[in-house]
Design a protein around this ligand. Structure first.
Ligand SMILES: [Zn+2]
Length: 384
């Protein structure tokens, strides 16, 4: 990377670009001066213009020289980049063709990303120019609502819109096992409580009015919150004082879980898939480039579909679910070929199991890992 950095520094160097800018500024100043002079003394017009021509010419020559330097540096920078990333040419043109066939899907992913990031004007322009992307029009309205609620939360510290939303969606949230409504009300209570004497009075009223309905599920947490009234002046000493002492973090956490729940009710993940995929791709790129150059050297091909021949470690936040690799076929299980558990507790992929059933003395089949026998019907699908 050193060569690129050196060229970039040269390109960025003050002596190049800023010199060109200063020289152009000088040129403009000359012209402006001459204009003022002529305005003041119209009779001196001829002389001023003659002088102006000379100085402007010499100044423009300087600008030309400056530009030449910038262009040379730019050229060298481009060459350094090409040299460094020569491996990128290892991707064949058919790879690019395959990508452009998926153009529709990629455009859709970009449009979805823009909508969920709240870039609504850019998104609608993009959709308009990209043609029919099959994005339900009400989706944007949903995200507009989400950003309005988040804005109220973050900028005005107003939880009412979020609480109203959570109440409206209470049944769906309950089905998901989400505690969002309670978390929002809890934060409302905390925000009131830390707001002086009056605040504490309001918090008490709020708790009496709202917390009753959370008794079944969150009684213990409500009790913990209530102990704050015993520690009004020394919350640091309270074993349950944490929510009151780290308000910033609590606001952030609640905003995050609101976003997550909102997206999941729309059937979407909390983070933009395009962003995740692009970041994961950027992390994987050096390994992939190395792999393609090795494959080229050894004249081998990458044959396994939907699977990489090398392992690419991603940070833990990029692990979403566990994978299962069948110990018999060494294939990663899929929806069509799910992991199946035999009555003995050993797990293999469905296809391996079917093969086993065909080869053995039907209807019984023997587990490949222990002596126990069972039947195909006894195997149960494992949901990971
Ligand atoms: Zn077994």
């Amino acid at each position: 990377m050193d060569a690129i950095q050196a060229e970039f520094d040269r390109l960025n160097n003050k002596s190049n670009l800023s010199k060109a800018v200063t020289d152009i500024d000088k040129c403009i100043a000359l012209l402006e001066n001459a204009r003022n002079q002529i305005a003041q003394e119209p009779s001196s017009r001829g002389m001023t213009l003659a002088r102006l021509q000379q100085s402007v010419n010499s100044q423009l020559e300087k600008v030309g020289g400056d530009h030449k330097e910038v262009y040379t540096a730019l050229n060298r920078y481009g060459k350094a980049l090409d040299k460094k990333f020569k491996a990128a040419s290892a991707f064949s043109s058919s790879d690019y063709d395959a990508l452009s066939n998926e153009g529709h899907l990629i455009n859709r992913a970009i449009a979805m990303h823009l909508i969920r990031e709240g870039q609504f004007t850019v998104a609608s322009k993009f959709v308009q120019e990209a043609g029919d992307l099959d994005i339900p029009p009400e989706l944007q309205d949903e995200f507009v609502e989400m950003y309005q609620i988040l804005k109220a939360m973050k900028e005005q510290r107003d939880l009412d819109p979020a609480i109203a939303w959570a109440r409206q969606k209470a049944r769906q949230l309950e089905q998901r096992g989400s505690n969002l409504e309670f978390d929002l009300c809890k934060l409302q209570f905390v925000a009131m409580f830390v707001n002086g004497m009056d605040g504490r009075k309001h918090a008490m009223e709020y708790a009496r009015r709202e917390f009753g309905r959370f008794q079944d599920k969150h009684l213990k947490e409500v009790q913990m919150l209530m102990t704050a009234f015993l520690y009004t002046d020394n919350l640091q000493q309270s074993p349950y004082g944490r929510p009151f002492l780290e308000p910033e973090k609590t606001w952030e956490d609640v905003a995050h879980s609101f976003t997550k729940e909102f997206c999941s009710l729309l059937g979407l993940s909390a983070q933009s898939p395009l962003y995740l995929a692009a970041t994961a791709g950027a992390i994987a790129l050096p390994t992939l480039l190395k792999m393609t150059s090795i494959m080229k050297e050894k004249k081998t091909e990458w044959t396994s579909q939907n699977e990489l021949p090398v392992e690419i470690p991603l940070p833990p936040s990029y692990h979403f679910h566990s994978i299962f690799v069948c110990p018999v076929s060494k294939d990663q299980t899929t929806e069509e070929n799910p992991p199946m558990m035999l009555p003995c507790g050993h797990v293999i992929a469905l296809e391996s199991l079917q093969r086993l059933a065909r080869s053995g003395s039907a209807p019984s089949l023997k587990c490949p890992y222990c002596p126990k026998e069972s039947t195909l019907a006894q195997a149960k699908q494992v949901i990971i």
